[in-house]
Ligand binder design. Structure first.
Ligand SMILES: NC(=O)c1ccc[n+]([C@@H]2O[C@H](COP(=O)([O-])OP(=O)(O)OC[C@H]3O[C@@H](n4cnc5c(N)ncnc54)[C@H](OP(=O)(O)O)[C@@H]3O)[C@@H](O)[C@H]2O)c1
Length: 255
């Protein structure tokens, strides 16, 4: 009997905190997926024990990402501008730390141009599904995250989300709540729209759960052409989410 063709999936930002988890999970499901990663540096490649399946590229430079995207079936975008804390902050003295973005690493360059470059390259390569992980808060232009390092990060992220939704490529836009480095698979996940979850007590989610949802989205038609917010109940309250088809079926919003 002919073997079913495995789906080739690229995780970008594979050296990042959620990207690493998604890359590892896909590797563990080698019967279903052929995985690739895209990282920015050789150090990140070493950090994730990447072999020939991990490409080095800079999403703000379109030509550098083409080899990673050529020949894939699906793309999980987990790249993001990363704010850095200005030196000199002393928590003992109180106040708030200040943040900045490195040259070339502003949200406009990474979260807009960089994500757009990936979407364009994926479209040219005939990619069949793009999962884009972003953040809740994008409905409020005055969200405090936008003033971080004067980056307007949520505004640029949302622009990329719109671009993807208009691209014609089947997409899943996942807008996560506050990310936590906690165990995945042990919480009930909650989906929402238009930042409504931000008005509730449940507005955080483990990175491991976000990584799992981004992979599960590849498996279900119910996740395609959808955009949703996601958070989790605290561990121990509610029933851990196992049925992802049912989770995605709850979502009707296309943006
Ligand atoms: N932090 C939160 O509470 C929160 C809440 C909701 C949503 N989110 C969103 O969830 C997503 C995942 O967050 P995370 O904290 O897991 O991510 P992260 O650790 O900040 O990882 C972001 C990755 O993007 C990569 N990257 C940045 N610029 C790049 C470039 N020009 N070319 C190639 N790669 C580039 C970084 O590479 P390097 O490793 O080389 O720097 C890093 O690996 C992000 O979109 C984030 O905004 C975060």
């Amino acid at each position: 009997m002919a073997e079913l063709r495995k789906s080739t999936v690229l995780v970008t930002g594979a050296g990042g905190r959620t990207g690493q988890i998604a890359y590892k999970k896909l590797k563990e499901r080698a019967d279903q997926y052929t995985v690739r990663g895209l990282v920015r540096t050789q150090e990140s490649k070493i950090k994730i024990n990447g072999g020939d399946d991990v490409y080095i590229g800079d999403i703000t430079k379109a030509d550098t990402i083409v080899p990673a995207i050529e020949g894939i079936d699906a793309l999980i975008i987990l790249t993001s501008a990363v704010p850095k804390m200005k030196p000199g902050f002393d928590p003992a003295k109180g106040g708030r730390p200040e943040f900045y973005f490195e040259d070339g690493g502003y949200p406009e360059q990474v979260d807009w141009i960089g994500q757009k470059n990936q979407i364009d390259a994926a479209k040219a390569a005939g990619v069949k599904h793009i999962v884009l992980v972003g953040s809740m808060g994008g409905t409020n232009p005055n969200h405090p995250l936008n003033s971080l390092g004067n980056g307007n990060i949520l505004i640029w992220k949302r622009k990329a989300e719109e671009y993807l939704a208009d691209s014609g490529i089947p997409y899943t836009i996942i807008r996560a709540g506050g990310l936590q480095d906690k165990d995945g698979g042990v919480r009930e996940l909650l989906v929402g729209k238009d930042d409504e979850l931000l008005k509730t007590e449940t507005k955080t989610i483990p990175r491991a759960d976000v990584a799992e949802v981004s992979i599960q989205a590849l498996n279900f038609e119910e996740a395609k052409f959808k955009a949703f917010d996601i958070a989790s109940k605290p561990e121990g309250s509610g029933t851990p989410t196992k049925d992802f088809k049912a989770l995605f079926s709850q979502i009707s919003a296309r943006f």
